[in-house]
Design a protein around this ligand. Structure first.
Ligand code: PLP
Length: 384
């Protein structure tokens, strides 16, 4: 099988499994316990926090471990908006982009439904980019928080996060970015990015599913979503997932060290893959930004097909990837991301996303590109 669906999830790396294994077996303590086992767990958790902080260029106290990217996004959007509104009831708007993951979009809609917030959606251009001027145009004195993703999960477009964050910061508004797809591929120094909050998910990086991180800049106030024993400095109660935290820290540290060489190699492969598809598959359209895109993502529409049929045909040929609407599980609705980029529903439902792991090879991509030509041709011929 040629696995080209790394934006959905990645296998756990051996080094990560080995690093986390002690905390699933002999060192199984609860970090809150006052005995040797508990102390060993607390120390592992502290080590993991320090390692994540090192990659992000922040203090360990600014790192909150969560159950994944979804929870990190929820805590950032709802937690910051609600904490700020509690201090100043005039703050009743939130700003998101038109291409956010549902974890951000639905958090904003929750604030709208249950807490009376208005949601302002910043448009994107046809490549999926938010212009700083477009963000400036929607910010108001009542805006409680801005959330704009670092890189898009469907088309791979990278946002000018530092410029966007500067626009919000100039008005004193906290800026959150969902870096779930960016982590491992793009720089994550939170000071250089100028963000107040940033989400990461372990399973996109070679750690297991169910572990994530929210970076929260020191003075950023956040209302917790999960109440209980006050773990994670009261920001996220619940006995800590020590093995998950160790796994995420190990995966992030490895990815950070490998990044310069890895991104150059994979971006080169991606360029060749894109060129081959555009040259050999009639009518293929590259979606997203031509250059400002994740090294690991190539996404297309193949007019005259259905993305789901191409997917099935590719799987028959041993290539696993994803259709544009994979995140709206079980839904036939065209992807809101492609709709926001200006594609009509008919073209949007022909979307296919190829996303690469760090170990992808040129042979795999050559085989995959040939399979795409065959799959698209056969779906068009059979009229499915
Ligand atoms: N944000 C983005 C951009 C994603 O791609 C995903 C997962 O697909 C998430 C958030 C959710 O992360 P998790 O699966 O860890 O909940």
């Amino acid at each position: 099988m040629i696995f080209l669906d790394a934006a959905a999830t990645t296998p756990v790396r051996r080094e990560v499994l080995e690093a986390m294994w002690p905390y699933l077996s002999g060192e199984f303590g609860n970090p809150s316990s006052h005995h040797t086992l508990g102390e060993a767990a607390a120390s592992a958790l502290a080590g993991a926090r320090a390692a994540v902080a090192k990659v992000l260029g922040c203090r360990p106290g600014e790192v909150t471990f969560t159950s994944g990217g979804t929870e990190a996004d929820n805590l950032a959007v709802k937690g910051i908006a609600l904490a700020r509104q509690a201090a100043d009831p005039s703050l009743n708007r939130v700003v998101i982009s038109a291409v956010e993951h549902p974890a951000v979009e639905e958090s904003a809609r929750y604030l709208e439904r249950f807490h009376g917030f208005a949601v302002d959606v910043v448009p994107v251009d046809s490549a999926g980019r938010v212009a700083p001027a477009a963000l400036a145009a929607v910010l108001r004195p009542e805006t409680a928080v801005v959330s704009i993703m670092y890189a898009n999960n469907e088309v791979g477009t990278i946002q000018p996060v530092a410029e966007l964050a500067a626009v919000a910061t100039a008005m004193g508004i906290p800026f959150h970015t969902d870096a779930v797809q960016a982590a491992g591929w793009l720089p994550l120094d939170v000071k250089a990015l100028g963000v107040d909050a940033l989400s990461i998910s372990g399973h996109k990086l070679g750690a297991p599913k169910g572990c994530g991180v929210l970076y929260l800049r020191g003075r950023t106030r956040v209302e917790p979503l999960v109440h209980g024993g006050g773990q994670e400095r009261g920001r996220r109660s619940g006995t800590e997932n020590v093995a998950g935290a160790v796994a995420l820290a190990t995966a992030l540290t490895l990815a950070h060290a490998e990044r310069p060489e890895l991104t150059a190699r994979v971006a080169g492969l991606r360029e060749r893959f894109i060129a081959t598809i555009l040259d050999t598959v009639p009518g293929a359209l590259l979606t997203g930004h031509r250059t400002e895109r994740l090294p690991s993502v190539a996404s297309f529409c193949f007019p005259g097909t259905s993305g789901e049929s191409v997917l099935l045909e590719l799987e028959r040929q041993g290539v696993v990837c994803s259709s544009g609407s994979a995140c709206a599980a079980g839904s036939d609705a065209p992807s809101p991301v492609l709709t926001a980029l200006g594609y009509d529903a008919e073209v949007a439902q022909t979307a296919v996303r190829f996303s690469f792991t760090s170990t992808v090879t040129s042979e795999e991509l050559e085989q995959a590109a040939a399979a795409v030509g065959t799959a698209v041709g056969s779906v068009r011929t059979l009229g499915r």
